[in-house]
Design a protein around this ligand. Sequence first.
Ligand code: 5GP
Length: 200
Amino acid sequence: MNFLEERIQKDGVVKEGNVLKVDSFLNHQMDIALFEQMGEEFLRRFQNEKIDKILTIEASGIGIACIVARYFRVPVVFAKKAKSVNLDGEMYVAEVESFTHKNKNQVIVSKKFLSAGEHVLIIDDFLANGCALQGLISIVKEAGAIVDGIGIAIEKGFQPGGRIIRNLGYRLESLAIIEAMDAATGQITFREQPVCVHRD
Ligand code: 5GP
């Protein structure tokens, strides 16, 4: 097991409705030493790409994206969730259905912060059905920028998002891929992955 899988096994809590709670280390209380290991690992996996900018979505992607950005030495832009937007032409807009809240949000990025030709690494905490990622990808496309890669902390491999995004041809790297999880027993099974290298 890699460092993130070990932590999920130790502190993750499986809830009904295919939800994994990781709020003690990832998206409420945040373990920055763990985020640094994630940053180092994403840099290793995407070292051959020339990334100009990291793009994520509020709220829980922001913490991880900021630490990852220190390794790539690039700025972070996060897509803001807005109930309704006055479309004044200054924003890129996409519609995203929330997995956890079951509602639809428009997500927006100011045109000032994403430009044609920029090479973007998308970072997020979870991948479930892929709606959040598809919204971010459409914003990058609208800007005329390029998605060079997508880095996810936890992919739920039993939900369709990972397959959909990989079938679209994107390079998607998830640090932990959950093959199955059971709310009754708390058991979590991971997909076999190549070993992460961590330098102490
Ligand atoms: P998707 O759009 O891929 O269906 O869902 C991705 C988003 O939903 C992530 O940004 C994350 O915030 C949230 N999410 C999806 N599944 C889970 C989960 O099992 N646990 C938590 N804590 N968040 C999740």
